[in-house]
Design a protein around this ligand. Structure first.
Ligand SMILES: Cc1ncc(COP(=O)(O)O)c(C=O)c1O
Length: 398
């Protein structure tokens, strides 16, 4: 048995069967490159699903990990930690929010957002408003509440009922449906500016503006899930900044510590009043090590202007992909995205092309069977994007 087969056999014995994995065993990574056990090199256009936004195994982060690892790793939130405060200040400098709650993942951040919205309504507004309205096609996580918030059906939800009460889904883009769904029980509307798992679908600008007007008129909260779209990915620090909206609450995770598990829920001063000591907590959230790493990630994103770089590289990719669409209109249905959150929708089942791209050494994702989803590091070289487009064109001509 070769090393790969042996690993797969051991994995099947020891790990819960929840993932349909790619047939690749990653053993090493650097910048936008991955290597498998056999030494084969791949161009990584997925970055751990929008996680290693500044590239794999950055030396600066290794240094921070080693130094902080010797000083203080984790002491719990019973204590003040300057690393956590420093990280919060840097994060708040990127947006209009006033307060941060640190946690450990995207689902965890969205749980915090949902809990804060409900508690703010009960304790500050004195309204028994707890319903959260989300959009069809959305993805907000896999905990029971965030799974229920997720606007999808099928295997993702099958077998887990009873699901928590208080979540309503409406079609994305239909402002009348949203308005009809709002009642005196509504606490918040929760949206992704660009549905990621849903197939790289940016919400129309006028729809988002209308949502903002509606939440204001109805005096309810707007929660934006920036778990995938945040941290310079779309060409601005946060995708909601493209739309000129200021959410009451928004969430982040994935790229925050460039691969170490970390999430954050950010809120306005007023909304954050909904939490008081004892109302929400997590053991690991904002621990000294992850916070120090995240601070460095934020520094690097700022110094290297990775928001601007993502916009520039995204424009380049989109223009080139649109040329491919012009050449092969029968094969490419649509090229979508913002910055380096990119989708190329094929007119046919994409499984074969997706596998062939992997054989050629390109790691990406296939969403909904037809959408090639790319979330490369924001530091990716233009040549790597060009190499991917050439490989795609080659396969489209076959
Ligand atoms: C928009 C969005 N929200 C939430 C999540 C859940 O994040 P996590 O897997 O870290 O819990 C994801 C993960 O893909 C996501 O894309």
């Amino acid at each position: 048995m070769n090393k790969y087969d042996s690993l797969v056999a051991k994995e099947q014995k020891s790990i819960c069967n929840t993932y349909g994995r790619y047939p690749v065993d990653v053993t090493r990574a650097k910048d936008s490159r991955l290597w498998d056990l056999s030494g084969k090199e791949y161009i990584d256009l997925l970055s751990g699903i929008s996680v290693v936004n500044i590239g794999h195994c950055r030396e600066e982060l290794v240094e921070v990990m080693v130094e902080q690892g010797r000083k203080l790793v984790q002491v719990s939130n019973l204590f003040y930690q300057e690393e956590q405060v420093e990280c919060a200040e840097k994060l708040l400098a990127t947006c209009d929010a006033d307060k941060v709650f640190f946690c450990n993942s995207g689902a965890d951040a969205n749980e915090a957002a949902i809990k804060l919205a409900r508690r703010y309504m009960r304790t500050i507004k004195n309204r028994d408003a707890y319903e959260i309205i989300t959009l069809d096609g959305s993805f907000h996580g896999r905990t029971l509440a965030t799974l229920t918030a997720t606007g999808q059906t099928g295997p993702i939800k099958d077998g887990f009922d009873p699901l928590p009460e208080g979540f309503i889904h409406v079609p994305a883009g239909d402002i009348a449906a949203l308005e009809n769904a709002i009642t005196d029980k509504t606490a918040a509307v929760m949206i992704e500016m660009i549905q990621g798992e849903g197939g790289i679908k940016p919400l129309p600008e006028d729809y988002v503006k209308a949502i903002q007007n509606l939440v204001k008129e109805k005096d309810i909260l707007l929660i934006v899930d920036e778990v995938q779209s945040g941290l310079c990915r779309t060409g601005k620090w946060w995708a909601h900044q493209h739309y000129g909206v200021t959410p009451h609450i928004f969430t982040s995770a994935k790229a925050l510590a460039n691969g170490l598990p970390m999430g954050a829920m950010l809120a306005t001063e007023e909304t954050a009043k909904g939490f008081t000591p004892g109302s929400h907590a997590t053991t690991f959230g904002g621990g000294a090590l992850v916070a120090k790493v995240a601070s460095k990630v934020l520094d690097i994103m700022t110094e290297e202007k990775l928001d601007e770089r993502a916009a520039e590289m995204g424009d380049f990719f989109t223009a080139e992909a649109l040329k491919l669409q012009d050449k092969y209109p029968g094969k490419i249905k649509e090229v979508r995205g913002l910055g380096l959150m990119l989708g190329v929708e094929l007119t046919f089942d994409g499984n074969e092309i997706f596998e062939k791209l992997r054989e050629k050494g390109f790691i990406l994702n296939l969403t909904k069977g037809t959408i090639l989803r790319l979330l490369p590091a924001l530091t990716i070289k233009k040549e790597d994007l060009t190499a991917f487009l050439s490989a795609l064109e080659e396969l489209l001509t076959e």
